[in-house]
Design a protein around this ligand. Structure first.
Ligand SMILES: [Zn+2]
Length: 297
């Protein structure tokens, strides 16, 4: 029996065009001393509507801070029903300290993660099974904290996309391990790197059709493995520097995302799933000791 290839759309629901700031662990939006959420919440509502339209269930990596703003924005927790809720730190911490200059200890990482888990639980009534590191940067201290927090899977690492799609594997530290559901990195026909993030679509550097066609090509080769696309809701309405797109560009971004959702739901070659469903339905893959220097791929 031929299985259809699993395809996931995940969203990092975080502050508008947020970035790390030297001298502090939490992120801020360009031109502000704090993270802003106007574009995030506007884009998140658009994303939830599109997902609902196409019947696609997504994995939503929520920052703890954003959860506090959901109710005020008019997005009710029942609008998240059907989607998987996962964790993206509390304040988009620069856990590794690469840009903040403040690397966090394992204990500090765990405290921030637990703060996020408690906030997600209080505001959505649900417990996250998965974690994605802010900036997709993870080191040994953070990895240990992710294990301590009891997550079933992590989705922070980026791996080369094979001709069979992405493969889960099991990063480990001593006797403990979890499942890694990596983001992709691949080369297009011109040799340019393309990843899971749809960032270049919203910045008009690539078309959504490129992503759809590459997914279809993979599904034709092998039904094993999975494909993951990822986005930030704010990016539907503001650019990577936090400047609002024209209404025409916003409409174009929404339409591009709609075409992806339709392709994921309409085509017989895909089975659109959440990341925790990938976790549950794939064999767990190779065990690899976590390598602090370069991740584990
Ligand atoms: Zn993020």
């Amino acid at each position: 029996m031929s299985e259809r290839m699993m395809i996931c759309l995940s969203a990092d629901v975080d502050g508008d065009a947020n970035r790390a700031v030297p001298g502090r662990i939490e992120s801020a939006s360009p031109g502000y001393d704090e993270a802003r959420y106007d574009a995030c919440l506007e884009g998140f509502q658009i994303l939830l509507d599109l997902l609902g339209e196409s019947g696609i269930r997504s994995t939503l990596f929520l920052e703890g801070r954003v959860c506090r703003r959901l109710a005020d924005s008019g997005i009710r927790s029942d609008a998240l029903a059907g989607h998987e809720i996962a964790c993206h730190g509390y304040a988009h911490e620069d856990f590794t300290g690469r840009e903040s200059g403040i690397p966090m200890s394992r204990g500090d990482c765990l405290a921030a993660i637990n703060h996020s888990i408690r906030t997600i639980r209080e505001t959505t009534g649900r417990d996250p099974a998965g974690f994605r590191a802010p900036y997709t940067r993870i080191n040994k201290s953070l990895f240990e904290a992710v294990l301590d927090a009891g997550f079933r899977y992590d989705s922070s690492l980026t791996c080369e996309m094979k001709t069979c799609g992405l493969k889960p594997f099991r990063p480990a530290s001593g006797s403990r391990e979890l499942i890694e559901l990596p983001l992709a990195r691949t080369k297009d026909s011109k040799g340019r790197t393309r990843g899971s993030y749809l960032w270049p679509v919203f910045e008009k550097r690539r078309s959504i059709e490129e992503y759809i066609m590459s997914a279809e090509a993979l599904s034709g080769i092998s039904p094993n493995g999975f494909i993951q696309f990822a986005l930030h809701p704010w990016h539907l309405v503001v650019d990577e520097n936090g400047r609002r797109f024209s209404e025409k560009r916003i409409a174009g971004n929404v339409d591009a995302l709609r075409r992806l959702c339709r392709a994921m739901s309409d085509r017989g070659s895909f089975r659109a799933v959440t990341l925790d469903e990938v976790c549950a339905s794939s064999d767990a893959g190779e065990r690899v000791e976590f390598d602090d220097a370069q991740g584990v791929c």
